[in-house]
Design a protein around this ligand. Structure first.
Ligand code: 2P0
Length: 325
């Protein structure tokens, strides 16, 4: 039996954000979210289950990983071993394909690729929707990276129905320019940041109410292929998420001076008639949602402040796929 598989998963950027869990064990979110899968940023992961291994072995970008990193992978693989009723350990080799200097390595593509590879290697034949519930247990945002284009992660009611679905393939001139502001390790991890916000921010209930409305509106905009509305909802939703953090105790923010410089360039471009909109995640990088056909113009404007190696243009990415040798 072939117990080995290699799978590619692309990362995704949320346009309607996931920010807060209602169940930390099962990674059940407080609200539904919606993302765009990105072509240029992805992870390739090979998994091989081998009877003679004494434990799981994990290589990331050709470097053997320590106990802490390997334990995370092992706990995740346990979900698949349980499903298959096997105790075999695995060798995992993962490569992040992220342009240098970007600092954009993502748990979304990492756990989606690992989920896809474990599913294939063990021949579990989990359908994509079910597989997304498995990916979710590694990292919430990984739920969405199973699919390409615009993807909704429905918050669901239980662990079994909190899954992702593809909403639209985003093949209508949609693109993103990523401004890699810096790649320093963040002071507050997204996991800790969302937990603190849920527990202490008085703005949090307003966030969940707004997110509920935003997801309905953004799906309407996508259905109508209304790019301006899509962008406006995206930008406003991201700002609301960052607002919740200023209300947390102790308060925190991921913004840096260069984040604001990038935002101001985007605002100026809009004044000049180029529709483009920002969103930010748990870090200072700025992502500019735009028409793919206008991405080079936007990049040129950003070059006034940022070097070319900090600017990445990408179109929509595909869902997970198996790589054959
Ligand atoms: C998102 N983020 O929707 C949001 C927006 C960051 C801001 O998902 O704890 O690494 O592993 O579920 O998925 C980043 O958090 O957190 C994230 P866990 P994750 O993309």
């Amino acid at each position: 039996m072939q117990n080995k598989a290699c799978v590619r998963a692309h990362t995704n950027i949320a346009l309607i954000k996931y920010w807060g869990k209602r169940d930390e064990t099962y990674f059940l979110p407080m609200n539904s979210s919606l993302s765009l899968t990105l072509d240029k940023l992805y992870t390739d992961t090979m998994v091989s289950f081998e009877e003679d291994l004494a434990g799981d072995v994990f290589y990331l970008n050709d470097e053997l990983q320590g106990e802490k990193e390997t334990q995370k992978i092992s706990a995740f693989l346990d979900l698949f071993r349980k499903e298959k009723k096997t105790t075999a350990f695995a060798r995992v080799e993962s490569h992040n394909h992220v342009p240098t200097a970007a600092g954009l390595a993502s748990s979304a593509s990492a756990f989606a690729a690992l989920a896809g590879a474990a599913n294939r290697a063990l021949q579990l034949h989990l359908d994509p929707q079910t597989l997304s519930t498995f990916a979710r247990r590694g990292s919430g945002s990984a739920t969405r990276s199973i699919y390409g284009g615009f993807v909704e992660w429905d918050m669901g009611t239980t662990s079994d129905d909190s899954f992702a679905i593809e909403v639209d393939d985003a093949s209508w001139d949609i693109g993103m320019v990523i401004v890699a502001v810096n790649k320093k390790a963040k002071e507050v991890s997204s996991r800790e940041g969302m937990k603190r916000t849920v527990e202490t921010s008085p703005f949090y209930p307003a966030w969940t109410q707004a997110a509920k409305k935003d997801i309905v509106s953004i799906k309407e905009a996508i259905a109508k292929k209304d790019f301006i509305r899509l962008g406006e909802i995206t930008e406003a939703n991201g700002m609301k998420m960052h607002g919740t953090m200023l209300g947390a105790e102790p308060p925190f923010s991921y913004w840096e001076p260069d984040s604001i410089r990038a935002i101001n360039i985007v605002k100026q471009l809009r004044k000049e008639g180029i529709p483009c909109y920002v969103t930010m995640d748990a870090g200072p990088n700025v992502k500019v949602l735009c028409r793919l056909s206008q991405a080079e113009t936007i990049k040129t404007a950003l070059l006034s402040c940022f070097s070319a190696d900090k600017l990445i243009i990408t179109g929509p990415g595909a869902g997970i796929r198996e790589l054959t040798a």
